[in-house]
Design a protein around this ligand. Structure first.
Ligand code: SF4
Length: 395
């Protein structure tokens, strides 16, 4: 039995975006949509005194409905879309030999680091937006159509384990047809505050489902919450796309682990895919040096800014004691993997909501609708002042 987390062990919180979201929730003219990152459902319960890593997707969906959101969608769905787009992009680059290695682009801390420290390598990043921004773009297009709502009336909230996601959602490029894709980002701690302020008895809430279609996800989507998860999800789909055979084992231990840099070779039929997983930006310098010198042996590199991936993000319940912090990260990680293993569908390309999205709306991965909504560009921040690099306007 893991220890429960009690209030005095937490760092002090600021109100952050809580007042802004409360104002929007009280505005009946707005159609309020929310998405939650994979790592929230394994940590939110800690804020309510439940054991570390308690898995509560159903209680989280129920609490969001009690808060009066009109649609409870999920970043995990966006993670499945990311695999469709990024996996196709990777296979194309491996076949052509162009712009290799390819880096993941879903962690805004890593993207900003690359824009600052290695602008000459930006075309090595996948052009995919993060799962959060993909869901944001789909909420105001595909989702708006499904729900019969004017996209301009949609207020899109993202609950993230991350303190960099607010910066990401404010990037100029993150706009769809003149509208912000995500209007506001709140952290796990801020969601807990909203639930507490509304007097919701989180611990005793009966489970409720997410809304369809943008709330339906596979096990592959849920493992984006841990380091190595994007890689594992991509290999599950990549294997089947390349070989046209069922992957023999879904648990890819060779990309799981604790080390800040892990490397492996995945056999996809005749293709030897050389991969690296980086957790923590201090481990990325050597990798960047190799790419700059043209000596990198890898095809695909996942980079996450936080030591265990998003389960250890800066917006998660914050433990003051390092020993407890480590326990919490381990418990949240195990919970993410347990959640994956309990899913009926564990590969992104087999998620029926994803199949329908491509059939009815996107057409095909990397098609022109996908390019318009789900892909982006990056730009050098090398010569910017610290404020400009963070997108803060200077007088
Ligand atoms: Fe944010 Fe950390 Fe996750 Fe990167 S790894 S997206 S910085 S929480």
């Amino acid at each position: 039995q893991l220890p429960s987390v009690r209030e005095p062990l937490f760092a002090a919180y600021s109100a952050g975006q809580v007042p802004e979201v409360k104002r929007a929730l009280a505005d009946s003219a707005l159609y309020k949509v929310v998405q939650c990152a994979p790592a929230i459902r394994v940590s939110l319960a800690e804020e309510f005194g439940l054991p570390m890593g308690t898995l509560t997707p159903g209680k989280m969906a129920a609490a969001l409905r009690h808060l009066k959101f009109d649609r409870i969608y999920d970043t995990n769905f966006g993670a499945d879309v990311t695999i469709m787009e990024e996996g196709t992009e990777l296979i194309g680059r491996v076949m052509s030999g162009e712009r290799l290695p390819m880096f993941t682009s879903c962690c805004p801390a890593w993207v900003k680091h690359a824009e600052t420290a290695a602008p000459e390598l930006l075309d090595h990043l996948s052009s995919c937006k993060s799962p959060m921004q993909m869901v944001g773009a789909l909420v105001k297009t595909y989702g708006a159509k499904q729900n019969g709502v004017d996209p301009a009336k949609i207020y899109s909230v993202a609950v993230m384990p991350c303190t960099c996601k607010e910066f990401e959602c404010s990037r100029e490029e993150m706009e769809v047809d003149g509208l912000r894709e995500v209007d506001v980002v709140i952290t796990t701690r801020e969601l807990a505050q909203l639930i507490k302020d509304a007097g919701i008895d989180f611990v005793n809430l009966p489970d409720e489902p997410f809304d369809s279609p943008l709330g339906i996800y596979s096990g592959a989507g849920s493992i984006f919450g841990v380091t190595g998860g994007v890689m594992e999800a991509a290999i599950r789909t990549g294997y089947e796309l390349v070989t046209h055979e069922t992957i023999p084992n879904l648990q890819l231990d060779f990309v799981r682990g604790e080390e800040g840099l892990r490397t492996a070779t995945a056999q996809l039929g005749d293709l030897e895919l050389r991969v690296a997983v980086v957790a923590g930006l201090k481990y990325v310098s050597e990798i960047l040096k190799q790419v700059k010198e043209g000596t990198s042996p890898y095809h695909f590199i996942e980079v996450m800014g936080c030591p265990e991936g998003c389960v250890s993000g800066g917006g998660q319940p914050k433990l003051l004691l390092e020993t407890l912090r480590k326990k919490a990260y381990q418990a949240r990680k195990s919970s993410v993997y347990r959640h994956d293993s309990h899913q009926q569908v564990r590969k992104s390309h087999e998620n029926p909501a994803i199949i329908k999205l491509y059939k009815d709306f996107l057409g095909e991965p990397l098609g022109h609708v996908s390019h318009h909504l789900l892909h982006t560009t990056f730009h050098s921040r090398e010569k910017m002042s610290p404020n400009q690099a963070l997108g803060v306007k200077e007088d």
